[in-house]
Design a protein around this ligand. Structure first.
Ligand code: DC
Length: 206
């Protein structure tokens, strides 16, 4: 069974995807991490993520970069969003994601275009959303919890800018795949969101 979990940043899709993978005993790939690694590689090289050549060169990032703590930063998230606009970058990362989706037994993948481009044949597609204010609040809590002092208004503006870029790009924009189950987590706690996602998958399988 392939489970595609798409949605904007800080919607809860990563938490939900991880929990679904554990519950159904499937491997999980956070595809945003691949774009973050490309963004981080551009940053380390002192390049411009809007520049196609710099972004393409960064697609050959070393595997160890996937464990870099800096990948979780807002700044690298912004770089990731900017490199992800280039169709050449999306093509370079396609096979790797596709190979995970096609594993025998299936997998859970989360990202922006899993249900639309990477695994349109997925048996279950979820589109996870939450309001911008709630997503900013979650990101702020997570960052301050890690000792990073940031202004909530700045986080909210960053998230809104990232949404705008991710939904308006020409190639594989963020959108709900046809037939996707919509899951709005704005008013749901972590456990409630996971329970709702498991129920949605089970309903689709039945
Ligand atoms: O999910 P995330 O915040 O880690 O993703 C970082 C950026 O990577 C996101 O703003 C857009 C890009 N991305 C993408 O274009 N397609 C995906 N499947 C996953 C992420």
């Amino acid at each position: 069974m392939i489970i595609a979990v798409d949605g904007p940043t800080a919607s809860g899709k990563g938490t939900i995807a991880k929990a679904l993978a554990a519950h159904f005993g499937l491997p999980h790939l956070d595809t945003g991490l691949l774009y973050r690694a490309v963004g981080r590689q551009v940053q380390l090289a002192g390049g411009n993520p809007d520049d196609l050549d710099a972004a393409l060169a960064a697609c050959d990032f070393p595997e160890a970069l996937l464990d870099d703590e800096a990948l979780r930063s807002e700044e690298v998230g912004g770089y990731a969003s900017r490199v992800s606009v280039h169709p050449g970058v999306r093509r370079a990362l396609y096979e790797r994601q596709r190979a995970v989706a096609l594993q025998p037994g299936g997998a859970v993948l989360d990202g922006r275009d899993i249900g639309t481009v990477i695994a349109p044949e997925a048996g279950v597609k979820l589109f996870v959303t939450a309001s911008v204010a709630e997503r900013a609040r979650r990101r702020w809590l997570e960052m301050t919890g890690r000792g990073i002092m940031v202004d909530l208004a700045i986080i909210e503006a960053d998230i809104a800018a990232r949404d705008e870029r991710d939904t308006s790009r020409a190639d594989a924009p963020l959108m709900a795949a046809p037939g996707a189950v919509l899951l709005d987590t704005t008013t749901l706690g972590r456990g409630e969101a996971i329970a709702a996602a498991i129920a949605a998958v089970e309903a689709r399988r039945a």
